[in-house]
Structure formats: structure tokens, C-alpha cells
Design a protein around this ligand. Structure first.
Ligand code: ATR
Length: 273
């Protein structure tokens, strides 16, 4: 019998998730239908879409911009949340468990899995994350669980980084016990094993105020696409670089596994256009 899945977002037409999940299903021999689901940007509409989908026998839903926090709130009120979703304050994967809505967040572990697939060492790594919004929040716990030795959180608005780290330290003992610090982006200097761009700056044309004395072995941009200025900056310094396309596939693979119990292969090259 065909199993039904959706990705809920606004906008949603550009989403690559249906293609990625169709490939996973083919790999493991499952009969699925995975559709893009547009939703008006308000809570009532989002709840109506989720309720109708699961009432109609849907198996699992991905949630993308701008609904990840709404999905978190819905699961908090009506069902359950994984530890990663709780700490991230956001849900990207919905399913039903024992008749209740359950939310998880696979974004951060998707990043960690991709970085490890690249062969970049995270265990004992000195890591800097630039950005202190939702994207940064979702990856901090999985990175700490991957064994990094210290984390510097750099943000344009320093207060936001300070508040985020305070909240996360209260929410999770592994984060509270980790070696962490905050700074402004233009004060981020020295050498790191890995620097991750988690700002929304992407291809906007704006540039981060990076110091020349800031260097790294590996630079990762959570956005994907060619010619990301952040990656170009570190490529000139001979750092190894990666965009976030493999993270997109990594988070999808983890959602797929949560829903179906099957572990697909995530070799990113298989999904490039
Ligand atoms: P997301 O969910 O993608 O993380 P967000 O919560 O809006 O989106 O956070 C955006 C992040 O990108 C923030 O860290 C923001 O910095 P501020 O907290 O100072 O706003 C960062 N950002 C966006 N545009 C930026 C720019 N031009 N320069 C530096 N940082 C920028």
C-alpha cells in the first residue's frame, strides 16, 4: 500500500524534498507518495493542514520555513517532542506515535552526519558557529554530542548570541557542561578546526565582517548553492569548504528513517542536478 508524506512550507514550490525522498524510497523498495504542501502563513491554517494530513492516514510530514516553530508549539501542546526538537525549539519532522502527534528535529544531526561523511573530524574539534538564529540553535546540541572540544558562537548582535547560549545551557546539561563562549563576528579571530555559517546572509550579496586573522581547516555554509561569499572567502585561504546540500540530504535521510525504519544511502552526488 502506498505510504503518504508531505513537506509543509511557504513558499514550497522550490523544495527538493519530494525528489530526495522518492530516491530513498526507490533505494529501499518502498511505495511512497511525497508531495509539496503549500500552507498560508498562520497558525490556524498550519494546524488544519497537519490535522487533515494525519486524519487522512498520512505517515509523516516534514516542516520547513516558516512553520518549524509552530510545529514545535503544536507538538508541545498536543503530543511529544524529541530531545533535539526540545533544545532546537523547532520541529522539522512530524509523525504520530500511539495516536499522538510527535515532533523531532533532524537538521542538526543531518549537518553532523554530512560533516562526518566529508571526513572532517568533529571529535575534539575547536568549532565556531556564525549566527545565533534558528539555524544555529538547531545544530549546537548535535555538534556537542559529536564530541567537539569547544564552541564559539559569533553573531552580529552579541546580545542574541548571549541569550541563546544561556537558554540552551539551561535547557540541556550536555550544553551546560561544554566549553562555550560568545563574541561579535568582527571579534572572531584565531584558528578553528571548523567554522560554520549559520546566518541567513547566503547569496544576498552582503558580506560578513570576517577578520583576516580568522582561519580554519574546514568551512561549512549551511546554505547551498554556487559562489557563496562565505565559502569563497575561506577557499582563498586554502580551507576545505562545503555548502549545505549534503545537510539537506542528511536531515531528509534521518526523517525517512524515523518514519519507515529504513536507512537510505546519502551519497550527496547522487542527488545533484
Ligand atoms: P535562521 O532561522 O535562518 O537562523 P534568523 O533566526 O532570522 O534565521 O537568524 C538570522 C541570523 O543571520 C542571525 O544570526 C542574524 O544576525 P542578527 O542576530 O544580528 O540579526 C544573521 N544575519 C542576517 N543578516 C546578516 C548580516 N547581513 N550580517 C551578519 N549577520 C546576519
Amino acid at each position: 500500500m502506498t505510504q503518504h508524506f508531505i513537506v509543509i512550507g511557504n513558499p514550497i514550490a522550490h523544495s527538493k524534498s519530494p525528489d530526495i525522498h522518492a530516491d530513498f524510497a526507490k533505494q529501499v523498495g518502498l511505495d511512497i507518495r511525497y508531495a509539496r504542501q503549500y500552507c498560508p502563513d498562520n497558525q490556524d491554517s498550519f494546524i488544519a493542514v497537519v490535522e487533515a494530513f494525519f486524519a487522512g492516514g498520512g505517515v509523516g510530514a516534514n516542516v520547513t520555513v516558516p512553520f518549524k516553530q509552530m510545529a514545535y508549539e503544536l507538538c508541545e501542546q498536543r503530543g511529544g517532542l524529541s530531545q533535539h526538537a526540545q533544545v532546537a525549539g523547532a520541529v522539522n519532522t512530524l509523525m504520530q506515535k500511539e495516536g499522538h502527534l510527535y515532533g523531532d528535529n533532524t537538521d542538526g544531526q543531518g549537518l553532523v552526519n554530512h560533516i562526518q561523511q566529508l571526513g572532517w573530524q568533529l571529535d575534539t574539534a575547536k568549532v565556531a558557529i556564525i549566527g545565533a538564529g534558528g539555524a544555529a540553535r538547531g545544530v549546537i546540541l548535535p555538534l556537542i554530542q559529536a564530541g567537539i572540544s569547544q564552541l564559539t558562537l559569533a553573531n552580529r548582535t552579541l546580545d542574541k548570541a548571549t541569550t541563546l547560549l544561556q537558554q540552551l545551557r539551561q535547557a540541556d546539561t550536555q550544553i551546560a557542561n561544554a566549553k562555550t563562549q560568545v563574541c561579535a563576528i568582527n571579534e572572531l579571530t584565531g584558528h578553528f578546526d571548523v567554522i560554520i555559517n549559520a546566518t541567513s546572509i547566503g547569496l544576498s550579496g552582503e558580506k560578513l565582517p570576517l577578520q583576516n586573522s580568522l582561519t580554519c581547516v574546514y568551512a561549512y555554509d549551511m546554505m547551498y548553492g554556487r559562489e557563496l561569499p562565505f565559502l569563497q572567502h575561506f577557499a582563498k585561504q586554502d580551507s576545505q569548504i562545503s555548502d549545505g546540500y549534503g545537510m539537506l540530504i542528511g536531515q531528509a535521510a534521518l526523517s525517512f528513517e524515523l518514519w519507515t525504519g529504513q536507512q537510505p544511502t546519502t551519497a550527496a552526488a547522487a542527488f545533484m542536478d
